[in-house]
Design a protein around this ligand. Structure first.
Ligand SMILES: Nc1ncnc2c1ncn2[C@@H]1O[C@H](COP(=O)(O)OP(=O)(O)O)[C@@H](O)[C@H]1O
Ligand SMILES: Nc1ccn([C@@H]2O[C@H](COP(=O)(O)OP(=O)(O)O)[C@@H](O)[C@H]2O)c(=O)n1
Length: 230
């Protein structure tokens, strides 16, 4: 009989509002540590894309739920080669379009959608062959991986977050980008609380930090948490 305990990958859970740096910082942290990286927002965006292309009435929760059985998601967990596919479609770029960003909160509020995607995230995390995985989103520290040894809430002031996002989206006015971001955060925070750190979650506020300093700060949290586990 094999009595060797099976230990899964070290899970680093990262939550935070839009534009706080979750995706870019988590990806860089995963790269530095040789970990896998899971962008859960990309999966919600991919499901919103799928629902839109399935003729779903997005305001109608039952109609949204009916699109779940045909949602065939393939999301890479390699921080250097990030791709998202739905069936035979590569949606890596399409899911960042305003058409998807504008409706993703409507599908993300549906409990059956959240339960189905949470199951997918846990399977993807358990399936990695890397020593760890950085999972980022809105409810990772509280719902998807509440027992993760490292849990971080990444924040930044609203002004800074809006500035970072509008710098990325050239061709869109900073005011419009800011309004959309605020409206999405408002809608999302009715479903999960990602503005305050749950018990045991370490806050990293990047308002005054540049990108590399933020990556260093998250790695410092991982180091201190994993040392205290030894
Ligand atoms: N500490 C930081 N300082 C400056 N820019 C940052 C910092 N963290 C992230 N960024 C930039 O802000 C933008 C938004 O970050 P992103 O990772 O997409 O946020 P989120 O995934 O939380 O929405 C990106 O262009 C990213 O490179
Ligand atoms: N764990 C998660 C991750 C994302 N989401 C939803 O997915 C959307 C897109 O997430 P994202 O992380 O790509 O958003 P950004 O913060 O990167 O703009 C959010 O606005 C939420 O509606 C969620 O509900 N739960």
């Amino acid at each position: 009989m094999n009595t060797t305990p099976t230990t899964g990958p070290l899970v680093v859970a990262v939550d935070g509002p839009a534009g706080s740096g979750k995706s870019s910082v988590s990806k860089a942290v995963a790269r530095r540590l040789g970990f896998a990286y899971l962008d859960t927002g990309a999966a919600y965006r991919a499901f919103a894309w799928h629902a839109q292309h399935s003729g779903v009435e997005l305001e109608d929760q039952a109609s949204v739920v009916a699109a779940l059985p045909t949602f065939d998601l393939a999301e890479a967990t390699d921080p250097d080669h990030f791709t998202v596919r739905v069936g035979e479609h590569d949606v890596t770029a399409a899911i960042r379009e305003p058409a998807v960003t504008g409706v993703v909160s409507l599908v993300a509020r549906v409990p059956e959608v959240r339960a189905a995607l949470t199951g997918i995230f846990r399977r993807l995390a358990a399936g990695t062959d890397k020593p760890g995985i950085v999972i980022e989103g809105r409810d990772i520290t509280t719902v998807v991986a509440p027992d993760a040894p490292v849990r971080v809430l990444l924040t930044a002031s609203e002004e800074v977050r809006m500035g970072r996002r509008s710098a990325e989206l050239t061709g869109h006015s900073p005011e419009a980008v800011g309004e959309q971001l605020k409206a999405r955060d408002r809608a999302d925070s009715r479903v999960v609380d990602f503005m305050t750190a749950a018990d045991g979650v370490t806050t990293v506020d990047s308002t005054e930090l540049d990108f590399d300093e933020t990556v260093d700060a998250v790695i410092a949290v991982i180091q201190s948490r994993t040392h205290s586990l030894r």
